[in-house]
Design a protein around this ligand. Sequence first.
Ligand code: NAD
Ligand code: UDP
Ligand code: UDP
Length: 319
Amino acid sequence: MSYPLRKRILVTGGAGFLGSHLCERLLTDGHDVLCIDNFFTGTKDNIAHLLDNPYFELLRHDVTFPLYVEVDEIYNLACPASPIHYQVDPVQTTKTSVHGAINMLGLAKRLKAKIFQASTSEVYGDPAIHPQPEHYWGNVNPIGPRSCYDEGKRCAETLFFDYRRQHGLRVKVARIFNTYGPRMHPNDGRVVSNFIVQALRGEPITLYGDGTQTRSFCYVDDLIEGFVRLMDSPDSFTGPVNMGNPGEFTMIELAEIVRDLTGSSSPLVYKTLPTDDPKHRQPDIRTARSAFGWEPTVPLQVGLKPTIEYFEQLLRQRL
Ligand code: NAD
Ligand code: UDP
Ligand code: UDP
């Protein structure tokens, strides 16, 4: 069959932070979007503004169960992403990554649909080389508190490549690095949301460890542009491909930028570093640049502004 007018696109985890931005983008591009979510960390608020669109459909569904629908492309994003959330029920986290991948790959196989996997920089664990190119195999603890997520995502990648080798599936695997923007969770313990909420409330900004560890932060619009370009890349290009912003900041630098942009005088306080917390993380994005001409365009100081506005609004609503 050919679908000249609108592609029917499934987004799993579509009511989450990234998923809701992706649904929005795909609708803007003129596609027919089926969003499925079990609302574990996602919320209807993230997609309420899309519900009136006749080309948007929402289905409450858990990806660990089979799903029989008819679509042309699948973006598999369903999985809690922050340690606080994925450690609530670590067995369910592994099931979501592994059983979820099997079900979505089974669906893609039946439909001969192209399928995208939201993998993660966490597959590199606490990396021994810096920045991390895709051919680096990682340094992952298989039995620690982060393993349900890291190993679940690694196994999902294995499944994607085995479905390609065994069944000829068209797969696209993105390894996403820390991303921020409006609709992040206010209470998920991530550094960007924590620092902004703390700064806006005038509470102390909590630096874990000595605050010299580094991260690279990608604005959500840049990332979603990368997803769409990856999905549209030639079938011969499968990834895995790093997606993130290579700009690298220490947590102390981030705290200072957030204090500056919010005009806050919150003090900085130091807390214990969580187990297995990676010291450095920075994407090597040469593959994305050469394969589909993608690189982020939004600097941290620029992307933080709409993110801070989002949190200001959220905090006002909750008062
Ligand atoms: P999120 O928690 O906001 O979104 C995940 C969504 O999946 C939520 O809406 C949640 O309710 C849903 N979900 C969870 N388990 C499910 C299940 N079993 N069945 C159906 N839906 C389920 O997180 P996010 O930041 O939007 O992350 C989206 C994807 O991107 C995840 O797979 C995550 O691992 C990956 N990722 C995100 C980042 C980042 O910086 N945000 C970095 C690396 C990878
Ligand atoms: N599956 C699904 N929707 C489909 C086709 C398959 O959810 O349209 C699920 C089904 O639960 C199956 C899994 O995907 O167990 C893997 O499918 P596959 O065809 O690869 O394997 P099998 O059916 O042989 O287990
Ligand atoms: N972090 C911090 N204070 C916070 C939350 C996080 O200093 O309030 C640190 C955390 O220890 C880590 C970095 O910020 O070194 C990024 O943490 P996050 O959980 O956002 O992402 P990840 O560790 O998955 O990259």
